[in-house]
Write a protein that binds this ligand. Structure first.
Ligand code: MGD
Ligand code: MGD
Ligand code: MO
Length: 762
């Protein structure tokens, strides 16, 4: 079994590839660890198949032609996590007060298995007690009706289906707000804002087939081996074709170095591995604007020189002239950028950037893949725009094998936005909603995640309803948020497993257990399917067939409908019960609201590979105010939003290979060689020496945000690691105590989790 906390931690370099026998062994550990009934294993075979269920882990696209086992180690973990035979029953809550449970780790909390009964918090005993669904819904309705709708927030996490998300957004608007913060607000909102402003669509422009046409991939700040492992197959196929993969990441992440395909018997038998990155640049955290500026500087200089010499141009001038705006401003800024400043900020020398620029200049089609390493910075939106600038220089958007490829997180996080989970009016078809449901949808901007946190802390938010997720644990400013939560009039969490958010009660508190996506969802018209949208804008049906964890579970659509019936004015155009009885009717409503995207929705539900919702930028139609793709000159070279200072480090808060966000599966970050602990501080050996630290020493981190607030994380094990100087790594969510709420991306408000200013206290 994998070592769990309490065993002696073991930290030593991991020598194997991503995938390979390690992932098979890991699978063999997962199933017993989660106590999965062997009969349920048949579910793994149905994972990501056209008539199966869509994996509840990441949002990476599922191909039309599937492998016999179309899942990865991480997907198997997520499935096993949901199918566990362990249960967190009313007897469990009878035995533990919330005060006691707050002393448990995230791992221990979820390890008791699936929630089985609706629960009400009883302040007198400090315990959850079982209650009836009727009682819970009536009490929630009675608590919400008298509140000012502006003081209520409806959070959702990106796993929730299109059907439940659509109903949830509609419920909020009928109730009277668009306070619809979601996990995307902490994740790819910098993409939604950055790409929309630059190329007119809020999402990536590529699809799986682009991997067959690209001849270079630029890869920024995404840990593919742990967080989107199915993409390794696409990357491996690219490498076999000779595609160059140029990676920028402060850490040497194993999945970006080499991979053995666990589904390929030959590779497994011969221990063959495919090298993934052809160049690996360990950029400093927050240094990507500088790095891309350096690359662009070479490209523009070479192009200037070619022009003088009468040689073929390096840049795609025809594209730039026809399709873009503000190239000259961008080029001038780049020409003026100082090489020493670029090198200092990104920690890479000119020669390295020149090598990257050469690959870029020689490639006919380039995909640019990225993740949280770009979005979670104060200048996260500029990071995304910088990535677009690079692509625009050679027309790398809207031709096969090219384009921005943000790797979305949760399996339906992109889809939620498509069907109305948003605080922004401009993203909502207000007139359509008016026409269909005869009401005036609110047009005042709603609260996003950071604004909801502010409201919880200052008391202006009086109630929070959470449709999935672990809001309190995922957001910054842990201490102040936990202190303020009990002041809420109402806290409602709809969940599958117990998590830390549930341990903080409001004046009234309900914990509502729901079905997971892998389980049979039986309603009046029969078993139901739901839908999700992947990272490449393809929409898939998903049918759960596993036996529900408890007979008392309700589906998310049913729970939303029951709350909606109690808090929204009676509306003859909406029959919530009919929608719950047959989800095809919810899909009809989605189609009526968004006819262009969801034409023939119910007919196309199980299209192999999903049906594509289309993407104007990929046709080179730019839905920006100028009608062009827009260059944006960077405002500076650093993405961190704070100055360098002696002793101040840039902390990256990271996921291990053994977690899904705040869900800690175990204590084994295999690729980083960490076993038995999560209390790790990754640090450069020279920084250790300079600060007089030794390997294995226990230190604390303190927030160094200069806002006078004391934030501290103790008990971290100093771990020498290949990480650029001045940067540190520690695991999320335990490190969130160090994050100031106001340290977030400009414009998008994504908490800047990849460059948190801290200092080390020995
Ligand atoms: N198994 C598993 N799968 C997941 C998740 C999970 O927790 N577990 N989470 C899901 C979710 S919601 C999301 S959003 C995604 C997250 O997937 P990722 O986008 O991979 O997010 P992180 O794990 O936070 O890692 C970010 C990567 O960026 C690098 N990095 C940090 N700072 C910088 C920087 O300044 N520049 C550059 N170039 N790189 C940087 C880090 O070293 C790390 O490799 O994965 C999804 N899939
Ligand atoms: N420091 C730092 N903070 C971060 C990040 C970071 O990189 N660093 N990443 C951010 C990102 S990218 C994200 S997306 C957020 C994640 O924030 P969230 O999406 O809020 O958190 P999760 O950990 O994914 O939520 C896990 C919980 O969801 C519930 N759950 C699981 N499946 C279901 C289901 O099918 N239905 C329902 N109703 N509930 C279910 C379970 O009870 C489980 O405990 O965290 C953000 N916070
Ligand atoms: Mo995410």
């Amino acid at each position: 079994m994998t070592k769990q906390r309490g065993d002696k931690p073991e930290i030593k370099p991991f020598e194997g590839p991503a995938g390979g026998w390690g992932s098979v062994r890991s699978l063999a550990e997962i199933l017993p660890r989660e106590r999965v009934n062997p009969k349920a294993l048949v579910e793994l075979v149905r994972q990501n198949k056209p008539d199966g269920f869509q994996c509840v882990s990441c949002a990476w696209p599922k191909p039309a032609h599937v492998h016999p086992a179309e899942f990865c180690e991480e997907g198997a973990k997520a499935t096993a996590w949901e199918l566990t035979t362990l249960r967190t029953t009313p007897e469990f809550f009878e035995a533990h007060t919330l005060t006691e449970l707050r002393g448990w780790t995230d791992y221990d909390l979820e390890q008791h298995g699936r929630l089985t009964h609706p629960l009400r918090y009883d302040a007198a005993t400090d315990k959850y007690v079982a209650c009836s669904w009727q009682e819970a819904f009536d009490a929630i309705g009675a608590a919400l009706r008298p509140l000012d709708p502006k003081s209520v927030a409806f959070y959702s996490s990106g796993r929730t289906s299109l059907e439940a998300s659509y109903m949830y957004g509609l419920m909020a608007r009928l109730y009277g707000n668009q306070n619809l913060p979601d996990s995307s607000n902490m994740c790819h909102e910098s993409t939604s804002v950055g790409l929309k402003s630059a190329i007119g669509v809020p999402v990536g422009t590529t699809r799986l087939e682009d991997f067959e046409h690209c001849d270079a991939i630029f890869f920024f700040g995404q840990n593919v081996g742990s967080n989107a492992p199915r993409m390794l197959h696409d990357l491996r196929a690219c490498r076999k074709r000779g595609v160059e993969i140029v990676t920028f990441n402060p850490l040497k992440e194993r999945g970006l170095e080499r991979f053995t395909d666990p589904q390929n018997p030959f590779e497994m038998a011969t221990l063959r591995e495919t090298g993934i990155s052809t160049q690996y640049h360990q950029v400093r955290a927050g240094g990507d604007i500088a790095a891309i500026t350096g690359i662009a500087k070479y490209l523009i200089e070479w192009d200037d020189a070619a022009k003088l010499a009468g040689d073929p141009p390096v840049l795609d001038h025809a594209f730039i002239t026809e399709h873009t705006k503000d190239f000259d401003e961008f080029a001038d800024t780049v020409r003026a950028a100082d090489w020493f400043a670029i090198e200092a900020e990104c920690g890479l020398d000119r020669a390295a950037l020149e090598q990257a620029a050469q690959v870029y200049a020689n490639a006919k089609a380039v995909m640019l893949i990225y993740g949280m390493g770009l979005t979670q910075h104060v200048k996260g939106v500029e990071n995304v725009r910088m990535a677009v600038n690079l692509l625009l220089l050679r027309g790398n958007i809207g031709k096969p094998g090219s384009g921005p490829t943000p790797v979305r997180g949760h399996s339906n996080v992109q889809g939620q936005r498509t069907v109305g989970i948003t605080e922004k009016t401009e993203l909502v078809p207000v007139d359509k909603l008016k026409e269909l449901y005869h009401f005036d949808p609110p047009t005042e901007k709603g609260l996003d995640t950071v604004e909801t946190c502010r409201g919880v802390i200052d008391g202006s938010v009086r109630a929070v309803v959470g449709l999935g997720g672990n809001f309190l644990r995922a957001v910054p400013e842990t201490a102040a948020m936990e202190a303020a939560w009990p002041n809420l009039d109402l806290s409602v969490q709809i969940a599958t497993k117990l998590n830390r958010n549930h341990l903080f009660a409001g004046k009234q508190t309900y914990l509502l257990p729901c079905l997971g996506r892998i389980e049979t969802d039986l309603q009046a018209s029969g078993p139901q399917a739901v839908t999700v949208e992947d990272s490449s804008s393809c929409i898939h049906g998903s049918r759960g067939k596993a036996t529900p964890a408890s007979e008392h579970l309700l589906s998310e659509p049913r729970i939303v409908a029951e709350i909606a019936k109690r808090i929204t004015p009676p509306n003859p155009t909406i029959d919530w019960d009919a929608w719950v009885a047959d989800y095809a009717l919810i899909r009809d409503a989605i189609e009526a609201t968004y006819p262009a995207v969801f034409k023939d929705f119910n007919k196309r539900l199980f299209t192999p590979g999903g049906f594509w919702k289309g993407n104007k930028a990929s046709e080179r139609i730019w839905l920006t105010p100028s009608g062009k793709a827009e260059f944006l000159a960077p405002s500076g070279l650093s993405a961190t939003g704070f100055d360098n200072a002696p002793g101040r480090f840039r902390l990256m808060t990271l996921r291990s290979n053994d977690q899904f966000n705040t869900t800690v599966y175990g204590y084994h970050d295999r690729f980083r060689g960490v076993k038995g602990t999560r209390d790790v501080l990754f640090i450069n050996a020279q920084d250790m020496a300079e600060h007089g630290l030794v390997d294995g020493q226990i230190v604390a981190l303190e927030s160094d945000a200069g806002d006078g607030v004391a934030r501290k994380r103790e008990g971290l094990i100093v771990t020498p690691y290949q990480i650029p100087r001045g940067c540190l790594g520690a695991y999320y969510p335990e490190a969130n105590v160090l994050m100031p709420l106001e340290h977030h991306a400009e414009e998008s408000h994504v908490p800047a989790a990849k460059s948190v200013p801290v200092r080390i206290v020995a």
